[in-house]
Design a protein around this ligand. Structure first.
Ligand SMILES: O=C(O)c1ccc(O)c(O)c1
Ligand SMILES: [Mg+2]
Length: 584
């Protein structure tokens, strides 16, 4: 189907918005009136630019507060029709009246809309009537449809907007009764769940389908079943997108539509956990990290055949140190997942507009496909042959530290990339998002959301407010069957574990009525849900950025110990201050 995007979704000037929409592959745009009014381009010039960019102008919007008033303003309408003719925009969106003096009279609204449609019809134009969720008297799509039916004019149809419909929880059954050809336009937007005024929710928190909590896919199926064959058009008002790079937002938007439509999207190949995590190091930071890995029971398994990259192994856990990619502090530069069909995984990633990373490959080396996530992290799809790229050292692994696999990897996101990165990992790796959590750190609030599937778990963290330029931590969490034994073994090997205050254990004992002595002794944190229990602890950050967690999931515990994050972050920030003080 044709894909459109409202100019209001994108930052920048009108020409920048059009350029971005075109570059991302959209077929058309909804032109938001303010974007035209604020532009020095005449409507005919906008039309020419859109033409050059291969974009149609599918909708002119919004025309506000027209119907059901004492004196409907046809003069204003005719002036906008002139603009639409110059733009080549076939349809005008009329949104339901919000004025306090609007009259609660469906027959009158229908009469006015009929008259407006008749004038539009004379000029070959059409009117799409949309219920705003906060409309004065018309606030539901079924009410707007009844008025359209009553007005009964061929140039009048309805505009369905998933946000207005799903935010109010309106029964969707009426959609099945609207003839597809009377749906003149379909606007798609998602939103996170929020208990707030619906206008504020709509104007600030909408997001692209797949990024929020509304069942936009279910609504789309119902609308398509009517026979609707107009554009699928994104209309998202979002504070973050308004200040993000328009070209990136447009690609994020297109990725959302590709995922929503599913075709022609290659099915995801099943994943089986992380193949490795790659950490960039430099000459200063490498020795400390290597010493830590050794203390944790990792062995130096071998150098790469052709790259300054070293493989470290602990049973099935693989950590790759990239000695060419580090700047200052070590950082996670790549995550690799094991795929049943790496080529199919890569094909799906490309279909979802993931940029390929060009990699040099020596003869006989595995063909590892890598794509770039929005935060710059490389994502590799591995089969089983990649280990052959490393020359075995034969160094034996030491035992005694019973960690088994990588449970999750937590990546800090730039403020503007949180929803974009979430949709990227969700769609490319076919992961299920969890509810987002808010974690209070001493220096600010952090928003966190986990994406999980096929034994792959990626957790994204972002500062809740923009402009917080601190170094964000990343971490790799290793799963164990025995957190207490692991903590004891690491402590005995001199690995510095994060110190947890006694107050935490006093509260834990009070809250959960348990004896926490064994946890307290080792600095192990605890959480319990009806599904199971979590025991976890942290190793102090190496060089400030990357740190390791060890966790034991008991029973069906599926979370990440969000409740314990603030005590962890407070301990880390004390450690950081201590280190700064010591270094000064
Ligand atoms: O927020 C608004 O006013 C507004 C305007 C036009 C729309 O299509 C819409 O969904 C909301
Ligand atoms: Mg709308």
């Amino acid at each position: 189907m044709r894909r459109s995007i409202a100019t209001v979704c994108l930052s920048g000037t009108l020409d920048e918005k059009l350029q971005a929409a075109s570059a991302a592959g959209f077929d058309g745009v909804e032109l938001f009136e303010a974007d035209l009014i604020n532009s020095p381009l005449a409507p005919t010039a906008v039309r020419e630019l859109a033409d050059e960019l291969g974009l149609s102008i599918d909708l002119y919007q919004p025309f506000r507060d027209f119907e059901a008033v004492a004196h409907p303003d046809f003069r204003r309408a005719e002036a906008k029709f002139d603009v639409m003719e110059a733009l080549g925009a076939p349809t005008m969106l009329v949104c339901s009246n919000v004025r306090p003096d609007a009259i609660d009279d469906d027959a009158l609204a229908a009469e006015h809309l009929h008259a407006l449609a008749a004038r539009a019809h004379e000029r070959g134009l059409k009117i799409a009537y949309e219920a705003l969720a906060w409309g004065r008297h018309v606030s539901t799509y079924d009410h707007a449809w009844r008025i359209v039916e009553q007005a009964d004019h061929p140039a009048l149809g309805t505009c369905l907007d998933s946000f207005h419909i799903l935010s109010r929880g309106t029964d969707l059954a009426t959609i099945d009764r609207i003839p597809g050809e009377k749906i003149f336009y379909l606007q798609l937007a998602d939103a996170p769940r929020k208990a707030m005024d619906v206008l504020q929710w709509s104007r600030h928190y909408r997001c692209f389908p797949g990024q929020g909590a509304l069942d936009v896919a279910g609504l789309l199926r119902r609308v398509l079943a009517t026979g609707y064959d107009g554009p699928l058009s994104l209309e998202v008002f979002n504070d973050v997108f308004r200040q993000a790079d328009a070209r990136r937002t447009a690609i994020d938007a297109m990725r959302s539509l590709i995922l929503l439509e599913q075709t022609p999207l290659p099915a995801p190949a099943p994943l089986h956990g992380f193949a490795f995590v790659e950490i960039g190091v430099d000459a200063d930071s490498a020795p400390d990290l290597e010493a830590l890995l050794r203390a944790m029971g990792f062995a130096h398994a071998g150098p790469h055949r052709s790259k300054p990259v070293q493989l470290w192994e602990h049973g099935a856990i693989r950590v790759v140190l990239n000695h060419g990619a580090g700047e200052d502090d070590p950082e996670v530069v790549a995550i690799a997942v094991t795929s049943e069909d790496p080529a199919a995984s890569a094909e799906r990633a490309h279909a979802l507009l993931a940029p390929s990373l060009e990699r040099r490959r020596g003869t006989g080396e595995a063909d590892l496909t890598a794509v770039a996530a929005p935060d710059g992290t490389a994502v590799f799809f591995c089969g089983s042959d990649w280990l052959g790229d490393f020359l075995p050292t034969g160094e034996p692994a030491t035992d005694g530290v019973p960690i088994e696999r990588i449970d999750h990897i937590t990546l800090a996101q730039p403020f503007e990339a949180f929803d974009e990165a979430g949709l990227f990992y969700r769609s490319v790796l076919d992961l299920e998002p969890s509810e987002s959590a808010e974690l209070a750190a001493p220096d600010g609030l952090v928003r966190s959301r986990a994406y999980a599937g096929g034994d792959v778990r990626v957790v994204l963290n972002v500062p809740a407010l923009a402009g917080h330029e601190r170094t964000e931590l990343q971490h790799v969490a290793f799963a164990t069957d025995d957190a207490l034994a692991t903590a004891r073994a690491l402590r005995d090997r001199g690995v510095p574990l994060l110190e947890v205050p006694d107050n935490y254990y006093d509260d834990l004992e009070a809250r959960l009525d348990l004896d926490a002595a064994h946890l307290r002794e080792l600095g192990v944190l605890y959480d319990r849900t009806p599904e199971g229990e979590l025991l976890h602890f942290y190793i102090a950050p190496i060089g400030g950025r990357v740190f390791f967690e060890v966790l034991e999931r008991r029973g069906g515990y599926r979370g990440y110990g969000a409740l314990n994050s603030s005590v962890r972050m407070a301990a880390q920030s004390r450690g950081e201050r201590h280190a700064e003080g010591a270094g000064a």
